[in-house]
Design a protein around this ligand. Structure first.
Ligand code: PHE
Length: 457
């Protein structure tokens, strides 16, 4: 098998890598998906399960993925290929690279549509289109908006242009510049909104909802698997994103420390998003269990009523948009890096072409909320938005966990010990042993059990 030349580009420092990886991790998953999943699944218990998944499965696999990228120094497909060759393993492991790259592109196809909604809501909020409207009209507007393919398509297109535009400019002038500016902005916006939730909304009700688990409530089948799937999604693992970012990581950077910072930052942002959203929801007597409409229907209802709603609402949607942007970049970079190695068309052309392919796939999601919507049932849950839901299920519930299991097994059982030890750069031998138990046994077995039981529940 032929392996292209090594990737030469590097992040300019370890901190830029941490910013970029955190930018990838923090996204719609933290601010849109996590709060509505927590809301739907009763709050506290879900949060506990999710935290356990992040620590036991998420962190070890994240470290592994960064390590594979750095050692392989190539697009996910080629990085894995190189390690397979060095360790004399079966070519079947290449699946990890392919499936990651494909999952990333598939996810981006719908991610961009939702990010497009966010752009539209930024405009709706800042121009005061929702101000003062009663709840049913705010909801009505959302439904009318998402089921109008023409409008949604415009925003989806704009967002894909923003994403491909950054990628076309390359690592130094595109990705680095974007994250250096966007991540601090995101932090400021988040702190501003949090201070609002603490001082002006029902903060204690929000805290209670998120952190006081109600063990009386039975955990529904599907909750565990959604929590695991979400742990993968929110940390951007099993999608090639962390592998490609790892392949730009300078030598000698201790991976454990960097990965731990990313995990903690990602978790804090998700919890903060909950602590911003639920206090506002409760202060306005709204329902926490709204589902995907939580931030587009419930929250705007609150913004429409409250003093300063235009200001805070706009801040919120801009925050969401920036978070989505830095994630979208990392969803397409694996495919861009692979196509670059394979077709040599130059970065700019490759980024625009692949952006076009993903844009086209995104049209399926756009239409899933209008003319092509259909109902189907999966794991006992009824879904209404046809192809969009199918892509979501295929990626978050199937491809990510399966990819994650394989990454863990590959590093735990196939790669040679010396290769790993030196790479992970763990400060203590005991940490190395913990990592090895995690990737050999805990992560694969845990994820497999959850997947299998949920299928038969
Ligand atoms: N982690 C991102 C989020 O939480 C989504 C994402 C997944 C980004 C995979 C990149 C790769 O929204």
């Amino acid at each position: 098998m032929s392996v292209p030349e090594k990737i030469q580009a590097r992040w300019s420092s370890r901190w830029v890598f941490i910013l970029a990886a955190t930018g990838s991790a923090v996204g719609l998953g933290n601010i849109w998906k996590f709060p509505y999943m927590a809301g739907k699944n009763g709050g506290g218990v879900f949060v506990l399960v999710y935290l356990a998944c992040i620590a036991l499965v998420g962190l070890p696999i994240l470290m592994t993925e960064i390590m594979i990228g750095r050692k392989g120094r190539g697009s996910p497909v080629n990085a894995v290929r190189k390690l397979i060759r060095e360790s004399g393993a079966s070519r079947a492991w290449e699946f990890i690279g392919w499936s990651g790259m494909l999952a990333g592109a598939l996810i981006l196809s719908y991610y961009s549509v939702i990010a497009g909604w966010t752009m539209a809501y930024t405009v709706k909020t800042v121009t005061g289109q929702l101000a003062g409207l009663p709840p049913d009209q705010v909801s009505g507007q959302f439904e009318a908006f998402v089921s109008d393919p023409k409008q949604v398509l415009v925003w989806h297109t704009a967002f894909m242009l923003m994403t491909s535009g950054v990628l076309a400019r390359g690592l130094e002038h595109g990705l680095e510049k974007a994250v250096k500016f966007l991540m601090p902005s995101l932090l400021l916006l988040m702190l501003g909104l949090l201070s609002y939730a603490i001082t002006n909304a029902d903060f204690s009700a929000g805290v209670n909802f998120l952190f006081a688990p109600d063990f009386e409530k039975a955990i529904e089948p599907g909750v565990l698997v959604s929590a695991i799937g979400h742990a993968f999604f929110t940390l951007s693992i099993a999608m090639g994103a962390m592998m490609i970012y790892g392949s730009y990581l300078p030598d000698q950077t201790p991976i454990f420390g960097a990965a731990a910072i990313v995990v903690v930052a990602d978790t804090l942002v998700a919890l903060c998003a909950g602590l911003i959203i639920f206090p506002i929801v409760f202060a306005n007597g709204l329902e926490p269990a709204e589902g995907p409409g939580l931030i587009f229907q419930t929250l705007p209802t609150a913004f429409a009523q409250m003093p300063g709603g235009i200001f805070w609402g706009t801040l919120f949607f801009v925050l969401l948009l920036l978070a989505a942007w830095t994630s979208a970049i990392s969803l397409l970079e694996p495919a861009v890096s692979w196509a670059l190695e394979r077709f040599h068309l130059g970065r700019s052309m490759t980024s625009w072409l692949l952006g076009g392919v993903v844009w086209l796939a995104g049209v399926l999601t756009v239409m899933s909320f209008s003319d092509w919507a259909f109902e189907f049932s999966f794991l006992g849950i009824t879904k209404e938005n046809g192809i969009f839901d199918m892509i979501d299920i295929l990626t978050s519930i199937i491809m990510l966990p399966v990819g994650g299991i394989l990454i863990a097994l590959f590093a735990g059982w196939v790669l040679k010990r010396e290769m790993i030890e030196e790479l992970l750069g763990l400060p203590h031998d005991s940490l190395y042993r913990i990592w090895r138990v995690a990737v050999r046994y805990v992560a694969p077995v845990g994820v497999a059990i959850v997947m299998i039981t949920s299928l038969f529940a």
